[in-house]
Every structure is written in structure tokens, then in C-alpha cells.
Design a binder for this molecule. Structure first.
Ligand SMILES: CC(C)(COP(=O)(O)OP(=O)(O)OC[C@H]1O[C@@H](n2cnc3c(N)ncnc32)[C@H](O)[C@@H]1OP(=O)(O)O)[C@@H](O)C(=O)NCCC(=O)NCCS
Length: 191
């Protein structure tokens, strides 16, 4: 059950869902988070995006910090609360990241990346539900947006199941996904 109704002393930085612990993503998590972001399997839809070194992951974590400081909410590291049936990962181990973060000031950007050993159990949906609830609690007027490459069926299923709607399609202009089609989902209809 969400702890939103009884916010912890540290605000939105630590949460528990049915099967997960969510803790604000901080630099101390870099090694474990790099294990996930450096795994080619978590980048099958964008191989160029893989984090080749822990320094790349550290830069990503550093970029994620202002959202916590300036907007009161940001990405979490995701840990298991208890063992999962048929899964060797242990409780307390970081299995990925997820949540919402403000990058450009206008919207919450929804993101998630989990180690393949836990896929297919609906854990991403659990993170997304908590993130949407927190975003609405912190800044209900700011839309939540997910930017999904069109071939990323798994990610698309996650946002659709969470009730997000497709608001736009665009072709990525620069960066590792340049030329690829990106689907923009939101928790509300956008102009
Ligand atoms: C996207 C992601 C977080 C989904 O996490 P999850 O907890 O497995 O999500 P779900 O259990 O709800 O499954 C969602 C979809 O993943 C796919 N999926 C499930 N198990 C899978 C597996 N073992 N292997 C490959 N895909 C799988 C299915 O398409 C599933 O949809 P379905 O249930 O309708 O068949 C995870 O696949 C991931 O980390 N992917 C790499 C990073 C990424 O793409 N991030 C999003 C960038 S926009």
C-alpha cells in the first residue's frame, strides 16, 4: 500500500509500494544503477544509449538531482521489499530506477529502467502508479509525460496500462535516437 497518505519525514524521497521500496536516486547508488544502465538488454531499443562506464551513470544521477531540490520530487532507485518467486535478486538490492523528474520546468518526465530478471511481473506499473500519485500531490497542474520510442512495446504497454494517452508522435531530431519515431504519452490531454 502506498505511504502517500502518511508522508514520511523526508517527504517524497522514500516510499513503499506493495512489492517495492523507492528511495531518491543519489550518487551512492551509482554502482548498482550502472549494473542496470550498462546492461545491453535494458537498451535493446536504443543500443547507443547504453552506459558504457559508471561515469556516464554518475552524470545521469547528477542531472537528476535538481528535480529533487527544486521541485520536491525526482527519480527513485527501486529495491525489492521481499524475494520474488523464481527470481534470484535479493531484497534490498537496487533493481533499477523509475519515477518522475522535471527537466525543462513544464512537465514531469516519467521514466523507468529495470534489470531484466524482474521483467514481466508488473513492477514498472507499480512504480508508475506511485509516481503519478506523487506528481499529482506535489504539483497537480504539471502534466506527466512519457516519451517512448515507437518500437519499445514493453514501455508502451506500461504507460497504456497506467491510463496515459498518446498525445503526439514526433521524429527525434538529435541525440542517440535521431531519426527515430517517438510517441509522447501524457496523463491528460495536452493542447
Ligand atoms: C519497460 C520496463 C520497465 C517494463 O517493466 P516490467 O516491470 O517488466 O513491466 P510489465 O511487467 O508491466 O511488462 C510490460 C511489458 O513488457 C514486456 N515483457 C514482459 N516480460 C518480458 C520479458 N521477460 N522480456 C521482454 N519483454 C517482456 C511485455 O510486452 C509486457 O507487456 P504485456 O504484459 O502486455 O505482454 C522494462 O521492460 C525495462 O526496463 N525495459 C528497458 C528500459 C526501457 O525500455 N525503459 C523505458 C524507456 S521509455
Amino acid at each position: 500500500m502506498s505511504e502517500l497518505e502518511t508522508p514520511a519525514a523526508d517527504g517524497f524521497r522514500s516510499h513503499r509500494t506493495e512489492r517495492l521500496e523507492l528511495h531518491a536516486l543519489v550518487m551512492e547508488h551509482v554502482e548498482a544503477v550502472h549494473d542496470v544502465y550498462g546492461d545491453p538488454a535494458t537498451w535493446s531499443h536504443l543500443p547507443q544509449g547504453r552506459h558504457a562506464t559508471p561515469q556516464v551513470t554518475a552524470a545521469m544521477i547528477a542531472k537528476a538531482q535538481p528535480s529533487w531540490h527544486e521541485y520536491g520530487l525526482g527519480y527513485w532507485s527501486v529495491l525489492l521489499k521481499a524475494p520474488l518467486p523464481g527470481c534470484s535478486l535479493r531484497p534490498g538490492e537496487i533493481i533499477g530506477t523509475g519515477g518522475v523528474s522535471v527537466v525543462d520546468g513544464d512537465v514531469w518526465n516519467l521514466g523507468y529502467r529495470l534489470t531484466p530478471g524482474v521483467w514481466g511481473r508488473g513492477l514498472a506499473g507499480e512504480i508508475v502508479r506511485e509516481a503519478l500519485a506523487c506528481a499529482r500531490a506535489v504539483a497537480p497542474g504539471r502534466p506527466v509525460v512519457a516519451r517512448v520510442l515507437s518500437e519499445n512495446t514493453a514501455s508502451r504497454r506500461v504507460v497504456e496500462r497506467a491510463g496515459m494517452v498518446l498525445v503526439r508522435e514526433e521524429t527525434e531530431r538529435s541525440g542517440p535516437a535521431a531519426g527515430r519515431k517517438r510517441l509522447i504519452f501524457s496523463d491528460r490531454h495536452l493542447p
